[in-house]
Design a protein around this ligand. Structure first.
Ligand SMILES: Cc1ncc(C[n+]2csc(CCOP(=O)(O)OP(=O)(O)O)c2C)c(N)n1
Length: 358
């Protein structure tokens, strides 16, 4: 698709537009009002992320996986999807869920521990968070093969991190998807760290080379450039729908927060590194672009900020309104049919709960 080592960029960190010979045409229809909408999306999801992090710090969530810094990678790719495409995320794609229309309160139960999932995947064409690293890529490959068997023309996207590319599941998923020309976009957010393990230790080759090794087109994109991500994802989805099979996208970005709220990144990375990536902030460059085009007034900034605050308040309300499920319901959906092991565990747990009442 593009030179293996090139990083596709359409907007510089100073907010200037670049023309790319292969990819600019994919965003020819995107006008300043659309770019302002992408900007708004990023501002809102950053605000939601901050609110969820605060909820965890206040003891209202068991855990949260912040997306701070990865807004452009997620919004750009998710806004490239059609309604009948299907997304298979990891656990950090809250912005993708937002774009798919998942209700804000449905983002919370998984992290508050009141449900094993959160939303109905078929309602939004998006699976719920996958904690097992890389498992979702297999689901995507299988779903994509199913799309081909059905003769449908929808596409599939799956999200995973740089660390996940070392996982066997991802290797199997890419192998099957390539062999069967499954319409899957493998969207890797290279956020530089797999918890405390840097990408330089993860792989001696560039991440994007991994897709190339399976014989699929690969593209490396500036993951902090929402327009470039939108363009390359649209190109990959189009190829998938036309029967061209899978594409591997490496979105080069940076996780600015901790891996999860249980992590302390100051133990393994430097302040200089963090400062460098703040300079490449995905929201700031679009703000500069809009302002220089006279497409973002003070009133717009205020309205977008108000919208973000209202969304954060809705997220908080949804979280605090969640009810604890009955303890015994944990066993209800483990198997579709009765299962003797689950029955034994159910009896054991009921006996344990009785000891608490006594
Ligand atoms: C199969 C499996 N092995 C190990 C873990 C523990 N674990 C959770 S997150 C993580 C690192 C993932 O890094 P990466 O794929 O780069 O994604 P990121 O969190 O940076 O988005 C690991 C090893 C797990 N959840 N599943």
């Amino acid at each position: 698709m593009s030179d293996l080592d090139e990083i596709v960029q359409l907007v510089t960190i100073a907010g200037e537009r670049h023309i790319h010979p292969d990819f600019s045409t994919y965003v020819d229809d995107v006008d300043m009002a659309d770019i302002r909408k992408l900007y708004e999306d990023m501002v809102v999801v950053r605000r939601l992320d901050a609110e969820a992090t605060a909820l965890q710090r206040q003891g209202q969530l068991g855990l949260w996986a912040p997306l701070l810094g990865q807004e452009a990678a997620q919004i750009g790719s998710a806004r490239a999807l059609e309604a009948d495409d299907f997304a298979f995320p990891s656990y950090r794609e809250h912005a993708v869920a937002y774009c798919r229309g998942v209700q804000l309160k449905e983002l919370m139960p998984f992290w508050r521990g009141t449900s094993l999932s959160g939303w109905d995947p078929n309602k939004y064409n998006m699976a719920t968070p996958a904690i097992i690293i890389g498992a979702q890529t297999l689901h995507a490959a299988g779903y994509g093969m199913g799309v081909n068997f059905d003769g449908a023309n929808s596409a599939v996207i799956t999200y995973f991190g740089d660390g996940a590319t070392s996982q066997g599941d991802v290797a199997e998923a890419m192998g099957f998807a390539a062999s069967f020309a499954a319409p899957v976009v493998f969207f890797c957010q290279n956020n530089q760290w797999a918890i405390s393990e840097p990408v330089t230790l993860q792989t001696k080759a560039q991440i994007s080379h991994r897709g190339h090794g399976y014989g699929m087109p690969t593209v490396r994109v500036d993951g902090n450039d929402v327009l470039a991500v939108l363009a390359v994802t649209r190109a990959a989805l189009e190829l998938a729908r036309e029967g061209g099979g899978p594409t591997f996208i490496e979105a080069v970005t940076y996780r600015r927060g901790p891996h999860t709220t249980s992590d302390d990144p100051t133990r393994y990375r430097t302040a200089e590194d963090e400062a460098e990536w703040i300079r490449r902030d995905p929201i700031e460059r679009i703000r500069l672009l809009l302002e220089s085009a006279g497409a973002l007034s003070e009133g717009d900034v205020k309205a977008i900020g108000d919208h973000a605050d209202a969304a954060a308040a809705e997220l908080r309300r949804g979280c605090l309104e969640l009810e604890d499920p009955p303890a015994m319901s944990i066993f209800d959906d483990a198997y579709a049919e009765p299962h003797s092991l689950i029955d034994a565990e159910r009896r054991e747990y009921a006996a344990y709960l009785d000891t608490l009442d006594a």
